[in-house]
Design a protein. Structure first.
Length: 67
């Protein structure tokens, strides 16, 4: 009988879901993101959260004001 893989224990990701994308390492967007994270000493998660909030605000404003 094959051995069952060990169950993952709960951690910081419990109750959360992954939100991301896959980029070619040479893609200028991916490189700019890595450089920005390093220069600002901010986590990828923090930068993505800010970018998504600004994107949502932009589209909410466009919808509300017809832009």
């Amino acid at each position: 009988m094959p051995e069952q893989p060990a169950a993952r224990s709960g951690g910081r990701r419990t109750g959360k879901y992954h939100l991301g994308a896959y980029f070619d390492p040479a893609d200028p967007t991916a490189e700019a993101f890595r450089v920005l994270a390093a220069r600002t000493r901010r986590s990828h998660q923090d930068l993505l959260a800010e970018a998504i909030a600004e994107l949502v605000a932009k589209y909410d404003a466009n919808q509300q004001f017809g832009r």
